[in-house]
Design a protein around this ligand. Structure first.
Ligand code: B16
Ligand code: MG
Length: 224
């Protein structure tokens, strides 16, 4: 029988709802530039790096060519400053439902845990949430040559865990993230709307449904 040896977690929208803080910070920045973004557009920013998110917003506002690289760096920094102010207040209470139990249940079974987040603020957020010690490894997004939906971040997570893709599952809330997990040949779990995450091997509406027993049952019974 297949044996699950590693779980690779996305951060924003899976472990904690920092996706909402990203949205608030980007919306404010975009408004200052005369661009109005809504939640539907924001779906396209989930899992996408800070720099690429800014490009997408400027493109959406049809002003991509109006900014130099230096100006774009400053704008990205400005967004991050506002985002940091929002996430500084985070505590263990900000863990999404079911996540702490999933992490500790997996640990108790000897399953290794990795973080595969596009966020450069990942280690800081894990610390704020008090769960950094539960993770065996964190992929550093600054060394990636391509972001999600490219599979690189998940391939690196598997390597850092010293496992193979078929021994792992990946959990994501973003369309780009599910695509990245699938392209890495890892069993994918999507958390959120099945309209957005229909490519996932297993889709759940929210994190409270992420129970280790269910996950093991799905993983073991799916031909992969
Ligand atoms: P930062 P994930 C991603 O994290 C977010 O979904 C995305 O909205 C954000 O732009 C990206 O991290 C970069 O974050 O600005 O903190 O480096 O979903 O891959 O955990
Ligand atoms: Mg996410």
């Amino acid at each position: 029988m297949k044996k699950l040896k590693g779980i690779i977690f996305d951060l924003d929208g899976v472990i904690t709802d920092s996706a909402e803080y990203h949205y608030v910070a980007w919306k404010n920045l975009a408004n200052n530039l005369g661009i109005d973004i809504d939640r539907k557009f924001n779906e396209k920013l989930k899992g996408i790096s800070r720099e690429d998110s800014l490009e997408r917003i400027l493109e959406y506002g049809k002003v991509l060519n109006d900014y130099s690289d230096d100006e774009k760096s400053r704008l990205a920094e400005q967004k991050n400053e506002e985002y940091l102010k929002l996430i500084k207040q985070m505590t263990a209470d900000d863990l999404l439902p079911g996540i702490y139990n999933l992490l500790t249940d997996a640990k108790a079974k000897g399953i290794k845990l990795a973080l595969a987040s596009a966020s450069k603020n990942g280690p800081f957020i894990l610390e704020r949430l008090g769960i950094e010690k539960l993770f065996d490894t964190i992929v550093d997004p600054s060394i990636l040559s391509a972001g999600k939906p490219d599979p690189e971040i998940f391939i690196r997570a598997v390597q850092q865990l010293d496992l193979s893709p078929e021994e792992c599952i990946g959990i994501e809330d973003a369309e780009a993230g599910v695509k990245a997990i699938n392209a890495a040949n890892i069993f994918s779990i999507g958390v959120g709307s099945s309209d957005v995450l229909h490519e996932a091997n297993y889709c759940l509406t929210n994190t409270s449904k992420l129970k280790l027993d269910n996950i093991l049952e799905q993983f073991e019974s799916t031909m992969f």
